[in-house]
Design a protein around this ligand. Sequence first.
Ligand SMILES: Nc1ncnc2c1ncn2[C@@H]1O[C@H](COP(=O)(O)OP(=O)(O)O)[C@@H](O)[C@H]1O
Ligand SMILES: [Mg+2]
Length: 467
Amino acid sequence: MQLTEKILFENGFFRTILDNTHDGINIVDLDGNIIYSNSHSAEYLNTTKDYMIGKHISLFYPKAVLLNVLETQKPVLDQKIHFVAGNKYVVSSYPIFIDDEFVGAYSIFRDVRAIDELNRKVKYLELHLGLSNAVEEESNIIGTEKSLKEALIRARRTVGSIGGPRHSIITGESGTGKTMLANVIFNYAKKVSVLNNDAPFIEVNCAQFTNPDIAAIEIFGSEKGAFTGSTMKKGLFEQANGGILFLDEAHALEQYQNLLLKAIESGRIRRIGGSKEFDVDVIIIAASTRNLSDVLLPELYQRLAQYEIYLPSLDERSREEKELLFNHFINKYQQAVNDLHKINYKVQFTDKARKLILGAEYPRNIRQFRDIINFSIDAAAPLITDVQDQADITTIVDVDHLPFQIDEQKPAKVSDQLKSKIDSNAKKLIREYLNEGLGPRKIEKKMIEHGYDIKYYKIAYFKTHDE
Ligand SMILES: Nc1ncnc2c1ncn2[C@@H]1O[C@H](COP(=O)(O)OP(=O)(O)O)[C@@H](O)[C@H]1O
Ligand SMILES: [Mg+2]
């Protein structure tokens, strides 16, 4: 059988097709009574086609666009989002003319809840991307006059000193602001014209490579034909020419330290497998959570450590500064929501929630502190769909909104208030415990109860040396 439109029509197949589209379709007669609805339309209203047919459209959609079309006989191509009973849709309605006679109207609508949901997710991601943006402006850094004062002076000096820019090392626990500081140095170098405005900032995470050969090629590049299938590839070192190469987690440099040292000493690099040397002018900033003097080749360490900058952990910062950081992250959140949704958004923490957050320990420092604050606000914040058309919104964050781990944290690091010196009283206690036959680790715990923070290895040492 030759398939034709006529055959489809006569067999009622168009009905099946209409029922299978994802758009809703309603057709009304001149009185506004429904004479046809497809499956999607019925499902959308949580009813059946049979129930709908014969009923007036306004029963389902009190302000149906179809009613306007019946009046004007003109199509309404609507971009507006309509709300009915928790549903959201965009609708277009058209008049129906048969032999130039106006006989009714039909509408096609699209459910936008899924799009809406997607939109919400995109906005959420957008918001959080903004919130976790690295701070590069010094004006956005908390502690410039206190905990970071020295670090910032030294940071500026690394590139700004009259004798020319120097390589540097930034150490500090995870989340203390190493990447941030590297960016500050970069921006400062541009500001004082040590670097050009279009100078590159190339970031390498040295711990990301599983294989030292790949690492060497990534960093130094390769020449075509250096090994089977190899192509010419510019390394990160070359890409950083005229700018900064930021070696993050530099304790993982391992096998290619020698190559690096050579490059730094000579100011020239050679691609892997190549014979030609290129001049490179690169300022290196190496960052690490570890003491690099313990892990790098001494010569390399010396070259890099012309300035060594230590960033204090969150723990080492004053209560006052923690509060500044706390307010800073709340402001950032408010600002991000204001910008995104064009509303006047305020966040308030209850005293109890505030105390808990400020008192908790953060092994991953400022990053974790920030994430916990953002998390808590997220948990307390209303959904976008609940704040339609509201201009002012205030979110109160209470203890229940905090991520649960925080309750289990000890309020403060015990060792902060403890004495770490083995004074005569401590000696006496340790001797007593040793005589009782307790091991160094047990004794360490016992000593904490007495107000001493004396590490077990010191106790072991005491045992063998202090008799
Ligand atoms: N003093 C500070 N003031 C404001 N934000 C900070 C400060 N220190 C760190 N941050 C923010 O904390 C987060 C973690 O810092 P980052 O530089 O990535 O840490 P690291 O590289 O040491 O792991 C970043 O979002 C950073 O902008
Ligand atoms: Mg970092």
